[in-house]
Design a binder for this molecule. Structure first.
Ligand SMILES: Nc1nc2c(ncn2[C@@H]2O[C@H](COP(=O)(O)OP(=O)(O)OP(=O)(O)O)[C@@H](O)[C@H]2O)c(=O)[nH]1
Ligand SMILES: [Mg+2]
Length: 412
């Protein structure tokens, strides 16, 4: 056998399961969009999606999430095709995990949240990020312990092994609770340091880049600050908030890159979002970055806005909506004799600009961070807002920053 076989790392094979829930007004198309994203998440985590199972339901089946017949179909498929991973697009209750686990012996059953937490765990570099992810994983695991435990038992020992007794689960719960307490203490300490760090930054104007994951926040950060923040075509490339001191024309400001949002994630669970939210809360100006080349970009804008308003008190900060990736924007031009109703995919960039101008409060700008289009326009708009705040705060040394040089400051 060649070395190839020894060195090649096989991707784990995964199947995805999605449900179009009538009770939640999830159409078949919407569910497919969610599943596209789930496949991207799976890929980011290192798995290869080989098949997708879907079902239309009024509401989830309490015991098994999908119907009995569907679960049997899934079982036959995973057994015949030797699939390791079964990923559900929705959060599963402890009972559902336990029952599904029992139906799919020897397979790993994940839901969207566990998959995202797994990606976070892989991505975490700093002590803080690692502690944050671990805490989220334990908190998510705690009520689901019975299912997880029996699952682990089976993996270890195979057929016929009984699950642990209640007392073992209790011991395990206690261990996890202790771990949670310790992690919380550790994070509180780090948080205190961060708050002090933030206070020490003085009164400089603060600008936060926020947006859905993979829209190009870090790429834009790099462009504006000439730094090297990690950017990649994977979900959740950024897990730590990074702050850089930059200058736009002659006005200095602090620019923060933050963790991207995603739909169907309990954001409150993940502490990484706390630093993102702190940045947003304390920012003077928000740059909401949007990937206009993404077919569901409107939905992504909605998720970001909803998550922000859910987790923060309503604030009316000056915001620039930065529509990024115009270089990758495409649309289907309609023939003049085509009488079918115009659909979203038929809108040109011009049409979208018109629509968003009336829809979105605040400024909008259309750029490409990759091919560096319209960056000057963005800088001009940002400058106009920042300069006013800056001169209100520093009335006497206004624009003494002619010789200002960009410095680095990282919050790791
Ligand atoms: N075509 C195109 N791709 C871009 C543009 N800006 C960024 N990208 C690409 O989009 C991908 C994601 O970019 P990032 O900067 O990592 O995005 P992010 O918003 O920081 O993502 P997370 O940190 O994962 O939330 C990378 O592959 C970038 O090269 C752009 O203007 N046009
Ligand atoms: Mg990033």
């Amino acid at each position: 056998m060649s070395d190839y076989f020894y060195t090649k790392k096989e991707a784990e094979k995964a199947i995805l399961v999605g449900v179009a829930l009538q009770s939640e007004n999830i159409s078949y198309n919407t569910m497919c969009e969610y599943l596209d994203e789930l496949a991207f998440l799976a890929e980011t985590a290192g798995a290869e999606t080989v098949k997708i199972f879907t079902q239309n339901l009024d509401k989830p089946v309490t015991a098994t999430f999908v119907g009995k017949g569907k679960l049997e179909e899934i079982r036959n498929y995973v057994e015949e095709n030797d699939i390791d991973l079964v990923i559900f697009d929705d959060e599963l209750s402890p009972t559902q995990i336990r029952n599904i686990d029992r139906e799919l012996p020897g397979r790993k059953v994940l839901d969207r949240t566990t998959l995202i937490l797994d990606i976070f765990a892989k991505r975490a570099r700093t002590a803080e990020a690692k502690a944050q992810v671990e805490l989220a994983q334990y908190q998510y695991m705690l009520p689901r312990l019975t299912g997880m435990w029996t699952h682990l038992e089976r993996q270890k020992g195979g057929i016929g092994l009984r699950g642990p007794g209640e007392s073992e689960i209790e011991t395990d719960r206690r261990i996890i609770r202790d771990k949670i307490t310790r992690l919380k203490e550790q994070l509180a300490k780090i948080d205190k340091q961060m708050t002090t760090q933030r206070k020490n930054r003085g009164k400089l104007v603060r600008v936060a880049l926020v947006g859905y994951t993979n829209v190009g926040k870090s790429t834009l950060m790099n462009l504006l600050s000439k730094s090297e923040v990690f950017a990649e075509n994977k979900l959740f490339a950024t897990l730590d908030t990074t702050v850089r001191k930059i200058a736009i024309k002659n006005v200095p400001l602090l620019l923060a890159d933050t963790v991207g949002f995603i739909r169907k994630l309990p954001h409150h669970l993940v502490e990484s979002f706390k630093s993102t939210l702190d940045e947003v809360r304390e920012a003077d100006v928000i740059l909401h970055v949007v990937d206009i080349s993404h077919p569901q970009f409107e939905d992504q804008v909605r998720v970001v806005n909803e998550t922000l308003s859910e987790l923060l008190d309503k604030t009316n900060k000056p915001t620039i909506t930065v529509f990024n990736k115009i270089d990758a924007f495409t649309y289907t031009k309609k023939d003049e004799d085509d009488l079918t109703p115009i659909e979203r995919k038929n809108y040109s960039l011009e049409d979208l600009k018109q629509m968003w101008m009336s829809k979105q409060g605040g400024e909008t700008v259309y750029i490409s961070a990759r091919s560096k289009e319209n960056i000057e326009e963005l800088k001009d708009k940002l400058y106009d807002i920042v300069k006013d705040i800056h001169s209100a705060r520093f009335p006497f040394n206004d624009f003494l920053y002619q010789d200002f040089e960009a410095e680095e400051e990282t919050e790791d």
